[in-house]
Structures are given as C-alpha cells and as structure tokens.
Design a protein around this ligand. Structure first.
Ligand code: PLP
Length: 390
C-alpha cells in the first residue's frame, strides 16, 4: 500500500521537478482587489497590465448593482441545468441581448468560454468529419476538436492559402473551419473575410471565437464583423463574457435552428448547472454600457495607439491589432525574470510560457484597459525599455 502510494507520488513529483527545472512550473498570484488597472497584491498596490478586463467593467458599479439586484431576487445558485430547472429570466434576457448585440437570430449561453468551445465543436463534428483549425487557436478549441473524434487538420497561422489547400485535400462528412478572431497570445486579427469566402465556396461550417474582439474591435466595440465592416456572418459567433464584458460565461450567437440544435446536442450545455442569474444580469448590463458609452471603446483604442507609439519611440518590437501586446523574449526563465523585475518596479504583467505559447517563444503578454491613464502607459513603456534588451 505505502509502496504503491510512493510510486504514484514519485511520478507526480518527477513531473513537478521537471517543470521546475525547465522553468515552466507555474504558481498563481492572489489579488486582494477587483481586476482593475490598479490592483492590490500582498498588501501592495500594482499597476496592472495583465487583465482581460479591457473595458474596466469587472468592478463597475452598474454591473455590481445589476448583479446585486439579481442576487437578491434569484438567490445564489441556479441549481439546475438549463434544460431542467436552471433557466431563469436573466439567462433568457442575456441571450436576447447577445443576439441583438451581434445581430443574429439567437444566442446560447454557456458557463464559460471553455465550456462553449469544448461543447459546440463535438456537437457539430464527430467521427468521419473534418475540422480545419488555426495552429494558434485557443486551448479550448483544441480540446473541443480532440473531444469530437473528428479528423483535425491544423493549418498555418492565419494563412488562408494553406487553409484552402487543406480544404481541397481533406474530405469528410461535416466539415468545419474554426479560428480565434483575435489570437489570445499574439493579438493579431483573423483574416475573416477570406475565411468566410472559403467556408462558403466549399460548404464548410464556420466558427469564430470572439473572446478578445468583443468590446475591443470595431468603432463601437461590436467585434470583428464591425472591424471589417462586413455583413456576412459565420455560422457560429462564439465568445466569452469573462473578458471585456467583465463578468463570466460563454456564448454563441447563431441562427434559431443552430440554437435549437446546440441546446439539444452540447454536452457542456446539457450536463452542467446554469450560471448564477446574478452573473447573467451583470453581463447584460455590460452590453448595455457598451451600447450607451462608446467613449470607453474609444479610450481603449486610443490607449492602444498611444502604447504602440511609445513602444516605437523606445525601439521595442511588437505588433498588435487588439489590446494584446506580445513582447517576445524567447527563453522562459528570461521572460519570468523580466516579469519579476517589472513587478519589483510596481507593474503586474504576465510572462507567458509553454504550453500557452510554443517552446522558445516565451513572452511578456501586456494587455491594455480603457481605465489606464496615458502617464501610466508611458511609465510602463519606460520600464520596458529599461528591462527588455532589444
Ligand atoms: C479566454 C478564452 C476562452 C475561454 O473563455 P473562458 O470564459 O475564460 O472560459 C476561449 N477562447 C479564447 C480565445 C480565450 O482567450
């Protein structure tokens, strides 16, 4: 018994030791404040450039009030899956608001973006089907592909020629193309118009993940379709409520038929308790704020342009089309060390390592928020110039 236990434990310990040796062991930090541009960590205040709370809505009083009202009215837990007893009025209202926001017939709410991707993809594709997936797609898409049992054909990052060549080569029952709209570790934008043309030409289902584009891209923050000014829709416009919308949950905007299908076929939708009504109410308030306060999106976009200019002034290389700025360092340990130095100077930023990014592509992943002030952005650019060797 004890031998067995130690053998099991030693395998776990070996894995941990290997991660540590490769500078890939990760530990969480614990914030003592809302996820805003200024956060408290270990009793000390930091300027944060690491949150996905792009519009600064997570601690917004209107969201807190909406959540509080729903909390008082509906209680804490929904205590049922959506198809049994978990659906409450705020879930319905949020789905309607999401469909209106994106301009689709319907929307389906999931508990997280992860649950959406890992549920939707296997609902649409299975054995004998083919999924075409960008090589830099988010892990939740990769896991959805794996769960599906379909053949997954990975195409070169944002390379529509490679996608089309592979679509011509691989045949099957249902075929689907899936991509991040903004790539989460690189900040670049999907070539959506070309992707949709290919999907139409070859009869593929098309799915995009707007986790980092909703509330960020487009003049009024409606996302990638507004960014390109196109009116053609992918079949599935998936996203998360946990980033620019400051709440929690995943969603997909789609046709009524697709919505009926997904509610009946997505295991992550069927076999999981619905989100708390309070969370749904907060997310709906966030959509209302985006619609009524376009200045927030303007401020975020202004901050992005300003930071690019500041980095350029210091000769620091990066490129982005979103609120995500990757500063590629390469070596994992080096990236972590720079992160620590910046923390020492009062900046909280993320050093991202394998497996979130490819081996030897460790990076600082800096994210901007609408609530950052210009002088704070300049301070960060100065600190980076000092700590990142060009
Ligand atoms: C964060 C993220 C998800 C997961 O969304 P959660 O709501 O955090 O589970 C999915 N896709 C992309 C591209 C993401 O960045």
């Amino acid at each position: 018994m004890t031998d067995l236990k130690s053998a099991k434990e030693s395998r776990i310990c070996d894995t941990l030791a290997r991660l540590k040796q490769e500078h890939l062991l990760r530990q969480e930090i614990c914030l003592e404040s809302p996820a805003d541009s200024h956060v408290i960590l270990e009793g000390k205040e930091y300027l944060q450039f690491a949150s996905n709370n792009y519009l600064g809505l997570a601690g917004n009083p209107r969201l807190v009030e909406a959540a509080g009202k729903a909390l008082a009215r509906y209680g804490v837990g929904s205590c049922g899956s959506r198809l049994t007893t978990g659906t409450q009025t705020p879930h319905r209202e949020l789905e309607r608001a999401l469909a209106n926001f994106k301009g689709t017939e319907a929307a389906v709410l999931f508990n997280t973006g992860y649950a959406a991707n890992s549920g939707i993809i296997p609902a649409l594709c299975g054995k004998g089907d083919v999924i075409f997936s960008d090589e830099l797609n988010h892990a939740s898409i990769i896991d959805g592909c794996r769960l599906s049992g379909a053949i997954t054909v990975v195409y070169r990052h944002n390379d529509m020629k490679d996608l089309e060549a592979k679509v011509r080569e691989f045949h099957g029952g249902n075929r689907m193309v899936v991509s991040d709209a903004v790539f989460s570790m690189d900040g670049d934008v999907l070539r959506l118009p070309e992707m949709l043309d290919i999907a139409e030409k070859y009869g593929l289902f098309s799915m995009i993940d707007e986790a980092h584009s909703t509330g960020v891209l487009g003049k009024t923050g409606h996302g990638i379709l507004e960014h390109f000014g196109i009116s053609k829709f992918p079949d599935l416009l998936m996203g998360t409520l946990s980033k620019a919308l400051g709440a929690e949950g995943g969603y997909v905007c789609c046709s009524n038929i697709m919505s009926d299908f997904l509610r009946n076929k997505c295991r992550s939708y069927i076999f999981s308790t619905a989100l708390p009504a309070a969370t749904a109410a907060a997310a709906r308030e966030a959509l209302a704020i985006i619609e009524s306060e376009p200045k927030r999106i303007e401020k975020l976009q202004d901050n992005i342009a300003f930071f690019l200019q500041e980095l350029g002034r210091h000769g620091i290389r990066t490129s982005t089309a979103s609120a995500i700025f990757p500063i590629i360092i390469g070596d994992s340990q080096k990236a972590v060390d720079i992160g620590k130095k910046l923390k020492h100077e009062g900046f909280l930023i993320s050093a991202i390592r394998h497996p979130s990014v490819p081996q030897n592509a460790a990076r600082l992943r800096i994210t901007l928020m609408a609530t950052h002030a210009r002088p704070e952005i300049s301070q960060l650019a100065n600190a980076l110039a000092k700590n990142v060797r060009k």
